[in-house]
Write a protein that binds this ligand. Sequence first.
Ligand SMILES: Cc1cc2nc3c(=O)[nH]c(=O)nc-3n(C[C@H](O)[C@H](O)[C@H](O)COP(=O)(O)OP(=O)(O)OC[C@H]3O[C@@H](n4cnc5c(N)ncnc54)[C@H](O)[C@@H]3O)c2cc1C
Length: 505
Amino acid sequence: MRSVLVIGAGVGGIAVAARLAQQGCQVTVLEKNEMPGGRCGVMIKDGYRFDTGATLYLMPELYTQTFNDLGERLEDHLELMRVDPTYHIHFADGSKLALTSDLVTMRAQLEAFEPGSFQGFLRYLDEGYQHYKQALPNLVQRDFRSGLEFFNPSNLLRFIQLKALVNHQRNLGNYFNDPRLKIAFSFQNMYMGLNPFEAPAIYSLMQYTEFADGIWYPMGGMYSIVEALVKIAEKWGVRFLYKNPVKQINIDGNTATGITLESGKQIDADTIITNADLPYAYSQLLPDSGENKRLEHKKYGCSALIFYWGLDRRYPQLSAHNLLMAANYRKSFDPIYEDLGLPDDPNIYVHVPTRLDTSLAPVGHDTLMIAIPCGHIDETSPQNWSMIQLNARQTVLNRLSSIGVSDISDHINFELSNNPYDWQTRYNLTKGSTHGLSHNLMQMGYMRPHNRHARYHNLYFVGASTHPGTGIPCVLVSARQVAERVMEETGVPVQRPVFKPTLIT
Ligand SMILES: Cc1cc2nc3c(=O)[nH]c(=O)nc-3n(C[C@H](O)[C@H](O)[C@H](O)COP(=O)(O)OP(=O)(O)OC[C@H]3O[C@@H](n4cnc5c(N)ncnc54)[C@H](O)[C@@H]3O)c2cc1C
């Protein structure tokens, strides 16, 4: 039986472990923390339950694919609720927009902002659909193993068709004139850790999937996904060992032979998979090969300051996903991406999961998660994150007050928080970047670090900083690609249960 060690129990680590155990491998997952989930984590305190990272269940078909491949029906594990309207956007001038898939409501709102813009919206969605339809099978779900698979005339043509070389913000000018609408259809780039003013227009696929496939919420919170995947993995025989930080990957010639734990214990295996952030794995777990220097100079996505508040009352004026946009949207990104700090007037995301599932707080109370994109850690000139965080907290209170939530500071039972140093320490994320390696054009597809090590052929990478990229749906694809490749290289074809596709209604 082939033995497999997975370093890290993030979503990617759990999913690849489950897939390989299902194929008959003997799989052990070594996780440094006391629990699984990584960036899709949970914190529970005094009856309040917070998802610490991911809050949006997007691209549902990729979740369904994972459960079905594992011989399970998603609906037997997760109770999904569609969130519509998805976001309530509060612009700095006091105007509001609720993004919804209800076209009649959407038309009324858009036409009030800019006459004729509803037609622009429909054209924009159509473009997003073309991008999604093409990118999913040809770029996301395909692991490019040779340069030729990627750099060929048909792919080049595809890049042009998918507007990979066109700036997303500028492209929005083809559909909308009102700057607020350009904001409403570009802020999603931040999920990739990208500056909307630098992101390629191919990412209109995100807006398409949010409107067409929906944003969902698993009852109990996003951590339910982790719990479900761990349960399935354990059913297939995966062993999870928590509080077992890996110190190094052991190498003999061109082969990874196993790992050494911080405790000094060595474990050998036929295959090693690292789910720990790829740049961290190269710089801390592997012998110096020059690759870590190269990775240091790559572009990293932004980080995030997060406040988790347990409130002693409810604020019905806040919906599940609220966005409080900066007065100067354009200028709100340079302090993050150029100066690696925080703008004075940032874009703020306020998530109120109790609007979707009241069991996440004591009766009559609200659970709040507030996220503010900020720069990643600057090793050459370290930022004072405690001070930045303190200022950001006041900014959040002021901004909430401007939309009528004025007394919230009197109702915070307790506060927890994360800043870039916390992300770095807790999950070993290089530079504390919450999204890992950036998704700019030069770090996509074949140009993104590969799922298999170039020299040690039994060493693989799964997760946000490898192919295809960040966000849980992409990480699930990464797990599928790695599991398939491991099995392919052991000469045993992947066995899959035959499943009728699950339709979410
Ligand atoms: C604030 C925030 C909001 C987000 N919002 C969304 C969202 O709404 N929707 C969405 O789809 N995605 C979202 N994401 C992105 C998504 O959460 C991540 O892309 C995904 O969870 C990453 O999973 P992963 O498997 O790559 O790795 P990780 O979650 O990074 O897991 C890696 C694991 O490896 C462990 N590890 C590290 N080093 C070692 C070691 N030496 N030994 C043992 N274990 C080790 C870590 O502790 C961790 O558990 C968000 C992320 C953040 C941070």
